[in-house]
Write a protein that binds this ligand. Structure first.
Ligand SMILES: NC(=O)c1ccc[n+]([C@@H]2O[C@H](COP(=O)([O-])OP(=O)(O)OC[C@H]3O[C@@H](n4cnc5c(N)ncnc54)[C@H](O)[C@@H]3O)[C@@H](O)[C@H]2O)c1
Ligand SMILES: O=C(O)[C@H](O)COP(=O)(O)O
Length: 396
């Protein structure tokens, strides 16, 4: 069977190349077509894009999935994958550049130097450099909101001997595994106030969700230390832009450094904007694309799910000749109804796994070899069960 994949040209070719030519046909673009089995994208906004019924999976070569209509995808049985942590180091390094930019007026100094004229540039520089005196990060306090892959690296790095900052972190949903990797030098804040109130620098690394939208609003900014610097490499909408601009204008915030441009921000004298390049390093792009393509392929070929943002991890060795996979609502007695169908055909289940997450669940049923026509009939019967959203038949 050949799977049709639509891949964005912005995704690293090293990842796309993992779709072998024997089993996959690649079209370049960002809009799924009628027969598209897999859509592979980065930050393109899919909220207005119709998701065709044939679409089996969406791969996001990166982390943020706020550009994908996750609820609609789950309801249609489309399994969405991302690449957790794959670009975190790239973002971390840019955040350290931003911290240094926040401490010293190096961009303004560099701009001034490049506009100098005459043969005595060296003399002019030595005379004029007093206008570009900065501060140091050593001994300053950094507040980190969100201690996941990016925030954890930033917090550990800033509290290390290399930077010598005092770090306080806030993350009410921190994963146990992530917490194990945090340096013991990092202090934990119990609430937003605790991370904001006496930090010289605050950096935010949370996903954009309905809960985190405008998390840094006028009330939160009012809690920040006067003269502090705010960094946002998460998403544009985790801050209230007007509230930030007002705080910069009245001098409450010293600088805002972000990866997300907007008409109001790009010409503001106290704002430094990067063109959303946190994950734009060769390593980050390659890691992200390879990670997500591997999970998409694994799902298409074996039905196993790993790192999906819409369905639970479901991983079972595919050792028998046939596998039925069912995406369904998370309601009582679904497994009973499925096995009921199989018992009508007197079939032996070799292996079975059922996992649920929120409103949806996923079941894989491994079977011995049977006549393909009979199998298609069984799959059709399974699809007729109430609350079953999608049935796939896999063989090898
Ligand atoms: N600028 C870029 O190019 C770039 C690159 C990678 C990620 N990002 C953005 O950064 C976000 C974080 O990336 P990551 O790889 O660290 O993700 P992650 O999932 O590893 O970490 C996110 C962390 O935020 C925490 N969190 C969630 N809600 C929170 C809340 N209300 N308050 C405090 N903490 C909360 C989670 O518990 C988790 O630990 C992504 O979702 C994406 O939007 C941007
Ligand atoms: O969420 C992410 O992974 C980053 O924002 C990177 O997005 P990009 O892949 O569009 O550069």
């Amino acid at each position: 069977m050949t799977y049709q994949i639509v891949a964005s040209t912005t995704v690293s070719p090293d990842g796309i190349a993992l779709f072998d030519q024997k089993n996959y046909h690649i079209d370049y673009g960002e809009q799924p077509k009628k027969d598209t089995a897999g859509l592979l994208i980065r930050s393109v906004d899919l909220h207005q894009t119709p998701l065709p019924d044939d679409l089996i999976t969406i791969g996001r070569a990166g982390v943020g999935v706020n550009n994908i209509p996750l609820a609609e995808a789950a309801a249609k049985g489309i399994v969405v994958f991302n690449a957790p942590g794959a670009n975190a180091n790239g973002v971390k390094e840019l955040v350290f550049a931003a911290l240094t930019i926040g401490a010293r007026p190096m961009l303004a100094g560099s701009k001034w130097v490049s506009n100098l004229k005459g043969d005595d540039i060296g003399v002019q520089v030595e005379k004029g450099k007093k206008a570009y005196v900065g501060t140091e990060l050593l001994g300053k306090k950094l507040g980190v909101i969100g201690l996941g892959h990016v925030g954890g690296l930033v917090a550990n790095g800033a509290s290390s001997q290399a930077f010598g900052m005092h770090v306080v972190g806030y993350d009410p949903y921190i994963a146990v595994d992530t917490a194990w990797h945090l340096s013991h030098h990092i202090k934990h804040a119990a609430d937003l106030k605790g991370v904001l109130e006496d930090s010289d620098y605050v950096t935010i690394h949370v996903p954009l969700t309905s809960e985190t939208k405008e998390m840094l609003n006028a009330d939160a900014i009012a809690m920040m230390k006067p003269g502090s610097v705010l960094l946002n490499f998460a998403r544009d909408d985790v801050i209230d832009e007007d509230a930030i601009i007002a705080a910069l204008d009245r001098g409450h915030l010293r600088r805002y450094i972000t990866d997300f441009a907007s008409p109001k921000l790009i010409h503001h004298p106290k704002v430094t904007v990067f063109p959303h390049i946190g994950g734009s390093t060769t390593a980050a792009e390659t890691n992200s694309a390879k990670m997500v393509v591997q999970t998409m392929k694994n799902y298409l070929e074996t039905g196993n799910i790993r790192n999906s943002v819409t369905f639970p991890d479901t991983d079972m060795q595919f050792a028998s000749p046939l596998r039925l996979t069912l995406i369904h609502k998370n309601v009582p007695n679904m497994v009973g109804k499925m096995t009921g169908v199989l018992s009508n055909y007197e079939l032996n289940i070799v292996n079975m796994m059922n996992r649920s997450q929120g409103d949806y669940a996923y079941t894989m049923i491994d079977l011995d070899q049977i006549d393909p026509k009979r199998l298609q009939k069984i799959a059709a019967k399974m699809a007729q069960i109430d609350d079953v959203i999608r049935v796939r038949v896999l063989s090898h």
